[in-house]
Design a protein around this ligand. Structure first.
Ligand SMILES: Nc1ncnc2c1ncn2[C@@H]1O[C@H](COP(=O)(O)OP(=O)(O)O)[C@@H](O)[C@H]1O
Ligand SMILES: [Mg+2]
Length: 216
């Protein structure tokens, strides 16, 4: 498939507009999307807000294009406030962890996204949609909760981040919104984050400080 200029790029993938209200998401490192697409199709069928998958082939995923800004863009432009945004993240996690897992999940395990943060949420006028399912897996819901809190805390403790104060407010509001859900498995999330090759040296250096914020 030929593709021109991406309309969006993240740490792992480039996203190209296609006709017919679709996008092509292509992993730059060639990662196979079969597993991710299988989970996405299951979630879509269960009514969870995830783009409909049209085709999965090697590193290419063709899916429904979601209109609307990312939650991060909306926070920067001021069209959404921090606490309502945190409540959306928490609500997505509650809904996700209520979906029946696929065959093969062990007792108590649920579907985890493992990278829920404001740049992976699209604010469709019909409701928030969760994208970027690269890290999807079965596991304990508290791991998913801890990962989001940790990602926000990493921004909160970084003095070079203009959104540090907002991220701190957000991680607190997010954890409060889920205080009756699943206890965050912070140590496990830190270990996974530490092994993530997309983390920069600065991010890794601040990881323990970020984790400490979650137990304060
Ligand atoms: N289905 C989609 N519709 C519209 N925009 C999308 C869609 N999927 C991804 N994007 C945009 O592309 C960006 C990068 O995609 P993402 O899946 O998050 O890749 P990465 O792993 O590189 O972060 C997202 O932050 C979002 O702005
Ligand atoms: Mg992303």
């Amino acid at each position: 498939m030929t593709a021109s200029t991406p309309f969006a790029s993240g740490r792992d993938a480039d996203v190209y507009a296609l006709d017919g209200g679709r996008v092509l998401r292509r992993y730059r490192d060639g990662t196979d999307v079969t597993e991710e697409a299988r989970f996405m199709s299951h979630l879509h069928a269960a009514g969870f807000p995830v783009p409909r998958v049209h085709r999965a082939d090697g590193a290419d995923l063709v899916m429904q294009r979601v209109p609307g800004p990312t939650m991060l863009q909306a926070l920067v432009s001021g069209t959404i406030e921090v606490v309502p945004a945190a409540d959306i993240l928490a609500g997505l996690h509650r809904r996700l962890h209520a979906v029946a897992p696929l065959p093969g999940a062990h007792g108590g395990e649920r579907i985890l996204h493992m990278d829920v943060h404001p740049d992976n949420v699209l604010l469709d006028p019909d409701g928030a949609v969760l994208v970027d399912w690269r890290n999807v897996r079965h596991g304990p819901p508290g791991l998913d909760v801890a990962m989001t809190a940790l990602i926000l805390a990493q921004v909160a403790v970084d003095p070079d981040q203009p959104m540090a104060a907002a991220a701190d407010e957000m991680q607190r509001a997010y954890r409060y919104a889920l205080c009756d859900h699943a206890a965050p498995l912070v140590a496990d999330a830190v270990a996974i984050r530490r092994a993530n090759p997309t983390q920069t040296p600065t991010e890794l250096a601040l990881l323990d400080q970020a984790a400490a914020l979650l137990t304060s």
